[in-house]
Ligand binder design. Structure first.
Ligand SMILES: *Cc1c(COP(=O)(O)O)cnc(C)c1O
Length: 359
């Protein structure tokens, strides 16, 4: 699929790589996009052999996301399947250090593994580098989310990765919120990056998919083996849609981030809010109302913003996170997470302001 005209991640800007990577060769009549290749099996004797081991539509997506993250990528059935495969690398009884405000599904997996004696988990404040590195001393893996969901705390990925490496532990970064356009953890010393491609990468709220990227050949081989053994593979149509989404990630994110910053500027001293949290980049903002009831009533009064879980789509959505029993009790009852889409920012602000001011 490679040819000498193709860009490489080292000689073009990531915005260009997102558009140009993973394309068929420039022969006459070749399509510009890799098709949705539906195959359970392939004629024997090649590299693919069976549909659970490989698929050319996966390869196009993996080449594109891998180049953006500076590593080799594996597509998975969901973000949570990618997380499960990564935790499955660890030996029985190993210790994992993770943010207390990790994605609820990550905490769910760690709790379930701990209940069965499979792993030990120590939950930390990931913004407190000294306590994270202290906890890493006897750990096999340090799990990072930065920014965290929905508290939006930031981790010092470089310092934590260095301390974890010195202690013999792997560092994993869930890069779903930042995307490789705003943060490249492998370059900061992390060993593995995981993604929920469901969110910004696909970007249109119509796909559930995940991915893992690593720069290490042995970790890549171990993770690929787990994908084949456990079968957490994505369907080719999902991968095609995720790659189509990835093509426009740079323009979607640029627009959504600039609108997020403008909304934060305007909401910062809004009298209906007790707090506005924004890590300084990205398209996720958390606003805090005085109570859960006030937050629910505000959400009911919005029109343009859609009340829905998940995030990272072209359409703006919002959600009171404590409506979920699994959300951390340290998250305020009145916290509403905003996922800023690509609509006009004046329309987005007017809808929020009207709903906030009517309270
Ligand atoms: C949604 C999400 C996940 C889980 O991904 P799925 O694609 O829903 O399985 C993991 N991490 C973060 C940060 C997420 O937002």
């Amino acid at each position: 699929m490679r040819n000498p005209h193709d860009a490489s991640p080292s000689n073009v800007h990531p915005d260009t790589w997102a558009v140009t990577a993973g394309r068929p060769s420039r022969e006459p009549d070749e399509p510009l996009n890799v098709p949705v290749l539906l195959a359970s099996t392939y004629t024997a004797g090649g590299d693919l052999e069976y549909g659970r081991y490989g698929n050319p539509t996966w390869t196009a997506f993996e080449e594109t996301l891998g180049g953006l993250e500076d590593g080799r990528c594996l597509a998975f059935a969901s973000g949570i399947a990618a997380i499960a495969a990564t935790l499955d690398l660890l030996p029985h009884g190993a210790k994992v250090v993770a943010p207390r405000h990790s994605y609820t599904g990550t905490i769910g997996q760690l709790n379930h593994a701990e209940e069965r004696g499979r792993l030990r988990a120590e939950l930390v404040d990931i913004g407190d580098t000294a306590s994270v590195t202290a906890a890493a001393a006897d750990a096999a893996m340090v799990w990072i989310e930065s920014p965290t969901n929905p508290a939006l705390e930031l981790a010092d990925i470089a310092a934590i990765s260095a301390a974890a490496r010195a202690a013999g532990a792997l560092t994993v970064v869930d890069n779903t919120f930042a995307t490789p356009l705003l943060q490249r953890p492998l370059g900061l010393g992390a060993d593995i990056v995981v993604h929920s491609a469901t969110k910004f990468i696909s970007g249109h709220s119509d796909v559930v998919m995940g991915a893992i990227v690593t720069g290490s050949g042995s970790l890549y081989d171990g993770l690929k083996k787990r994908r084949s053994l456990n079968g957490a593979i994505p369907g080719p149509l999902e991968v095609f849609l995720a790659l189509r989404g990835l093509r426009t990630l740079p323009v979607r994110l640029e627009r959504a981030q600039s609108s997020a910053k403008e909304l934060v500027r305007r909401l910062d001293d809004h009298p209906a809010l007790t707090e506005v949290r924004y890590p300084g980049f990205g398209a996720i903002v958390s606003i805090v109302l005085p109570s859960g009831e006030a937050a629910d009533a505000f959400i009911d009064r919005t029109g343009l913003w859609r009340h829905a879980t998940s995030l990272g789509g072209v359409e703006s959505t919002l959600e009171r996170r404590r409506r979920w029993a699994a959300e951390a009790p340290t998250i305020p009852e009145g916290l509403v997470r905003l996922s800023v889409g690509i609509e006009n920012v004046e329309d987005l602000y007017r809808d929020l302001d009207t709903a906030l001011s009517a309270g």
